[in-house]
Design a protein around this ligand. Structure first.
Ligand code: ZN
Length: 114
């Protein structure tokens, strides 16, 4: 079994020091972002990341209908955007810039990160 400051080599499975960059046994470089194989196999849950990408795609393709605002829970402004067709494209463009620059927020004021 490995202890706290050890990890498995991603290539050969040998128990090596957690801080090791290269496996002493097989010489394969280890991914530094992950401490063990469990984390290596399952991606870390980043809820806002998924939402950011979906919001961006919705804004790009359906932005003038306010769909990205509906998606993040901004129903009121979403309807307003739908009626005005994204403020004749200007509001849509502003929202798109906000999303791309990580300044777009959901209905709880939480910023969507890329
Ligand atoms: Zn190895």
């Amino acid at each position: 079994m490995k202890s706290e400051n050890e990890k498995y080599c991603v290539n050969c499975g040998e128990v090596i020091d957690a801080k090791a960059e290269i496996c002493p046994k097989c010489g394969v470089r280890q991914p530094m972002a992950y401490n063990d194989t469990e984390n290596f196999q399952s991606k870390p849950v980043k809820h806002t990341d998924d939402r950011w990408l979906i919001t961006l795609l919705l804004c790009v393709f359906l932005g003038e209908l306010g769909v990205h605002r509906f998606y993040v829970g901004k129903i009121g402004t979403g309807i307003l955007m739908l009626i005005t067709l994204g403020g004749c494209g200007i509001w849509w463009l502003i929202d798109l810039i906000f999303i791309v620059t990580n300044q777009f927020t959901d209905d709880e004021g939480q910023i969507l990160h890329s």
